[in-house]
Structure formats: structure tokens, C-alpha cells
Design a protein around this ligand. Structure first.
Ligand SMILES: Cc1ncc(COP(=O)(O)O)c(C=O)c1O
Length: 389
């Protein structure tokens, strides 16, 4: 398995420096360092912002703490030679994704992160103040993109057990049928970490009028270990007006490299493609990384297993202290800290630990990303200091 800070990352960084012809001692590097401001970190020490960032335990954005696999790093390093080109070969990324899902390439829309595909769905299907329907809280970027373009989000609260109220969503869609441009479901849901039952997803797709597109965000699909869950990809194959999004940011650990995609029937992709950035928003390097990540199934399995092990151990520790936790099928979980999350988050930050923000109306629930074993040891130690046990 790839070790953070190990030889592979060093090799990659030295490849990067070589590619740009910059040595560590270059006047260019020194000049950049010279103008940098320092930032105070916990303990009152002032340091360079990058060093400060590196020191923080990052449990706020559901990133993968282990980094990309050796095979992915090797593939990306090999693609640096295309950094200066526009019309570079793309490693066959679209074909690789299509083959992975047993569809033809015209069913695939790439994005610089799946967020770009989510935005394309909003832009394509919410013109003229149409409405997007979904739950709250969820990954609200889809609602934010929508309101930016003057569309409106109509949201349904989660049920008391924090699951998606599918019958409530269907009711709202029916009530607003003439205005609904898009339905958004995040499965598993972010920030709660739980899955939508396969029967409820089927109920939704059987109930929504055929002409209303449904957007299903499966960013955390690869972490799920739950017999009640199933991917909605099969409905695309059935020709349903559906877009399923996936990302390389989570289990493949490429969040900073930006690559995601949507799978949908060809006519749906044809509606979304014109609203994406036609010059190409995706860099040459990550396309090669994406192809390698799809092939590296053993690394994916290792990350899934490691994440589950660390997640369950941490959740048991917090439950033993008397805290309620929503069962999770992802690389994050929510714990009820029984007080407003915002000052608690600040307390963690003061101890060098970044945790999730508040997700109204779940104001006392803290979202915590599952980091490495050492990250979680530090998190639990800080938790014991901040919150009563
Ligand atoms: C549910 C969900 N969807 C989409 C994204 C966007 O990810 P990216 O644009 O990196 O693919 C995230 C990021 O955290 C997410 O949590």
C-alpha cells in the first residue's frame, strides 16, 4: 500500500520539480518563500501556511488520508510529458469508464470533479427558475448551484432516524410537478453517511414522471457494505432519465487532482455536454491516474477495509462514552455532541484538528471524516478534552 510521505510521493514531487526545471534551491523557490506570510498554529507557533496546513489533522472534507495508490502515482508521473500540450492523448479515460460500467462512451460525461457534472445537471435542467427537489441536509452544492442561477430548491427534512423520506419527496414532486426540473438524491447521503434503501430508490424512480431527470450522487459508493444498498447505474441501462455521478476524489484519493463523471442515457448527456467548459477543464495528468485507479481494484478493497476498521473502532470508542452516532457506510460519520457544533468545531481547530461544519437543522451533530488510525487517536483524545465523558 502507498505510504504517505514515502518514497513514491517523494519520487512524484521530484518528478514534478524536474518537469518544471526547478530545484529546491532555485532562486524562484526562494523568492516565493520570501513573500509568504506566516500563520499561527495551535501552541502559538507561527509558521508558513503550507507547513501549518500539513500539520493539521484533516477530518473536515471526507478526503482519503492514505493518498493515491502506487499504480496511480506511476501513471500520473508518466503523463507529465503532456503538461505543456492542449491536444494531448487522454489515456483512454472515457472508454475506461464506459467499459467499467458496461455502457458506450456516449453515456459518459467527465468533469473536473463530480461537482462539475452536478453543476452541468443544474445548468441543463433548471432553466427559467425551475425547481430542484431533494432532502435536507444533504450535499447542498447542488442547491447552491441552483440558487446561483435563480432556480429554487425545495427540500424535505430527513426522517427522525436520519433516513431519506422518500414518500415525502414523491409528494413534493407531485405537488410541484409542473415546475420540477431535477430531483437530487445523494446515496449514501452526505453528511449523514447512511444509505437509501434499494426499494425506496426503486419507488422514487417508479413514481417520478418519466420526463423529470433524477440526479443520483454516488460519491461514496465504493465504501458501502450494506445489503440494503444498490447502485442506481442499472436504471441508466434501462434508459431511465437518470444521471449517476461518481468521483475519483474519495476512494481513489485524487481530490486535489479533480476528476469525476456522470453516467446517463445519451440524450441526457447530449443536453449536459454543451453547458460544460468546452476548452476542457480536466488536466492531462489525472486522466491517466483515473484509468489506473479503475484498474487497481486491490487498492480500492484495501482502503475500504482499512476505512471500515478505523471507523468502527472510533465509533465504538465514542459510543462507549455515551454518544449517539448514525450508522455509516462511508468514510465519515455523524456524532451527536449534544451542543451547538460551531464552538465545538472551534475547540477542535484550536487543537490542530479540522472537523465538519454545522449542517442545519442537525445543529448538534458533528460530521467527522475517518482519517488514519493516528488521526483518529488524536481526534478521540481531543474529543475527551472538549466534551464530557
Ligand atoms: C456527496 C458528494 N458529492 C460530490 C462531491 C464533490 O466531489 P468532487 O467534485 O471532488 O468529485 C462531494 C465532495 O465532498 C460529495 O461529498
Amino acid at each position: 500500500m502507498y505510504q504517505p510521505g514515502g518514497t513514491t510521493r517523494r519520487r512524484f514531487m521530484s518528478g514534478l520539480a524536474t518537469a518544471y526545471g526547478i530545484s529546491k534551491l532555485s532562486p524562484f523557490g526562494l523568492a516565493v518563500q520570501g513573500v509568504r506570510q506566516t500563520r499561527e498554529v495551535p501552541g502559538g507557533v507561527r509558521m508558513d501556511p503550507q507547513a501549518a496546513y500539513d500539520r493539521m489533522v484533516k477530518l473536515s472534507s471526507n478526503e482519503n488520508p492514505y493518498g493515491p495508490s502506487e499504480a496511480v502515482m506511476k501513471a500520473m508521473t508518466g503523463a507529465w510529458k503532456y503538461a505543456s500540450r492542449y491536444g494531448y492523448p487522454d489515456g483512454g479515460i472515457t472508454e475506461a469508464i464506459a467499459a467499467h460500467h458496461k455502457v458506450t462512451p456516449d453515456h459518459v460525461l467527465l468533469g473536473a470533479g463530480s461537482a462539475e457534472v452536478l453543476k452541468a445537471a443544474d445548468d441543463a435542467f433548471l432553466p427559467g427558475h425551475r425547481k430542484v427537489v431533494g432532502v435536507e441536509p444533504t450535499f447542498e452544492v447542488v442547491y447552491r448551484f441552483a440558487t446561483n442561477s435563480k432556480a429554487q430548491a425545495v427540500t424535505v427534512p430527513l426522517r427522525e432516524d436520519h433516513t431519506v423520506d422518500m414518500k415525502g419527496i414523491i409528494r413534493v414532486i407531485r405537488l410541484n410537478a409542473a415546475d420540477v426540473g431535477l430531483v437530487y438524491i445523494c446515496n449514501p447521503n452526505n453528511p449523514t453517511g447512511n444509505v437509501v434503501h434499494r426499494d425506496e430508490m426503486k419507488l422514487l424512480l417508479d413514481s417520478v414522471p418519466e420526463d423529470i431527470p433524477v440526479l443520483i450522487d454516488e460519491a461514496y459508493h465504493h465504501y458501502v457494505d450494506n445489503p440494503d444498498y444498490e447502485s442506481s447505474m442499472k436504471y441508466v441501462l434501462e434508459g431511465r432519465k437518470l444521471i449517476v455521478t461518481r468521483t475519483f476524489s474519495k476512494i481513489a484519493a485524487l481530490a486535489g487532482m479533480r476528476l469525476g463523471y456522470g453516467i446517463a442515457p445519451r440524450e441526457v448527456i447530449d443536453q449536459m455536454r454543451p453547458v460544460t467548459y468546452s476548452m476542457g477543464s480536466i488536466n492531462a495528468i489525472v486522466k491517466y491516474g483515473g484509468v489506473a485507479a479503475l484498474q487497481d481494484t486491490s487498492y480500492e478493497a484495501k482502503i475500504k477495509q482499512l476505512n471500515k476498521q478505523v471507523r468502527e473502532r472510533t465509533m465504538t470508542q465514542l459510543r462507549t462514552m455515551g454518544y449517539e452516532i448514525i450508522p455509516s457506510d462511508t468514510n465519515f460519520f455523524m456524532v451527536n455532541v449534544r451542543r451547538d457544533v460551531t464552538p465545538v468545531r472551534e475547540e477542535f481547530r484550536n487543537r490542530g484538528i479540522l472537523v465538519g461544519r454545522k449542517f442545519p437543522p442537525m445543529d448538534t451533530w458533528l460530521r467527522v471524516t475517518v482519517g488514519s488510525q493516528e488521526d483518529m487517536r488524536r481526534f478521540v483524545a481531543a474529543f475527551k478534552e472538549i466534551l464530557p465523558t
